[in-house]
Design a protein around this ligand. Structure first.
Ligand code: BJW
Ligand code: ZN
Length: 247
């Protein structure tokens, strides 16, 4: 769909731009999306079944091993042109006195690695592991853990500081995300299936407040048809085209 010119126009007119990203944005960095079949060793596991507190309570070894494999895989990943274009867009907005807020569901911190700042992380991060007993949090950037689950100095099991199904989102991040959606006049949903709430509610909140909305995704999703514009293409191609058209 050739909707680039109207979106460019909308970006030029907007004063408060909000962007929600999902796993599709990191796909071109080699990180499988949440709903992709996991490869190799993990192909037999359903991510939706492992990403729960119940799964960790039942089998902490399996769940922590799965997350640690993903953490190690993330350390080899680099930001792709889509991540970089969003960082450029933030800079472009800054130069023009527009507000720009990036809200991500991704746990890989590739947006920050690309230069985006003040990113709202709705689902936490795989780089920080938290003790389930004393709450101590440590950033983990090294190689694979020596045992699963990894242990805290207090003897408690450590888990990734991500948000599992049925868990509350970090309060401050969620509040900022709702405030951002409400205040935005242009809202982008990029590389997300829009199946998981409350993240999926944000675009509707923005639209109800009068924001114009756009989707960038490989394929149609549950919000296609509800947005003002839709681009069905890889984010790593569509976003650089969009950023280049602005300058
Ligand atoms: C590309 C591309 C390219 C590919 N370019 N695009 C019934 C019972 C109980 C709970 C609920 C219920 N109904 C609703 C709920 C609430 C629940 C929920 O939403 N469940 C749904 C599954 C129905 N939500 C929660 O539980 C949340 N907490 C909450 O609501 O608390 C209050 C509450 C508590 C208790 C009961 C009820 C309410 C927490 C949600 C936490 C989600 N956590 C995860 C795991 C994080 C850690 C990990 O990664 O393992 O977050 S789940 C997973 O989904 C991950 C993602 O961030 C999230 C969103 O996925 P995303 O990013 O959209 O990825 P995909 O794979 O789905 O889509 C990728 C898209 O990209 C696709 O469309 C592709 O086409 C596209 N694409 N390549 C552009 N190159
Ligand atoms: Zn501890």
């Amino acid at each position: 769909m050739t909707t680039l010119p109207p979106i460019i126009e909308a970006l030029r007119e907007a004063k408060a731009i909000a962007v929600l990203t999902g796993a599709g944005v990191s796909k071109e960095s080699g990180i499988p999306t949440f709903r992709d079949a996991m490869e190799g060793l993990w192909a037999k596991y359903d991510p939706a079944e492992l990403a729960t507190p119940e799964a960790f309570a039942r089998d902490p070894e399996k769940v922590s091993r799965w997350y640690d494999e993903r953490r190690v895989r993330c350390s080899a990943a680099r930001p792709n042109p889509g991540h970089r274009a969003l960082a450029d867009l933030q800079a472009w907005c800054g130069e023009r006195g527009k507000s720009f807020t990036l809200i991500t569901q991704n746990i890989d911190r590739l947006h920050q690695a690309a230069g985006s700042h003040d990113v709202i992380e709705l689902h936490g991060t795989i780089w920080v592991w938290r003790c389930t007993l004393c709450g101590d949090e440590q950033e983990e950037r090294g190689g694979p853990f020596e045992r699963y689950p990894p242990l805290c100095a207090c003897g408690g099991f450590r888990r990734p500081a991500v948000v599992w199904f049925g868990e509350m989102l970090p309060e401050q991040a969620l509040r900022r995300a709702f405030d951002t959606a409400e205040a935005s006049d242009l809202f982008f949903s990029i590389g997300t299936s829009g199946l998981v709430t409350p993240a999926a509610d944000l675009i509707h909140i923005a639209a109800r407040r009068g924001a114009r909305t756009a989707e960038i995704n490989m394929e149609p999703t549950s919000i296609t048809g509800l947005t003002d514009w839709a681009i069905h293409a890889p984010a790593g191609e569509a976003l650089p085209r969009l950023a280049a058209a602005l300058v």
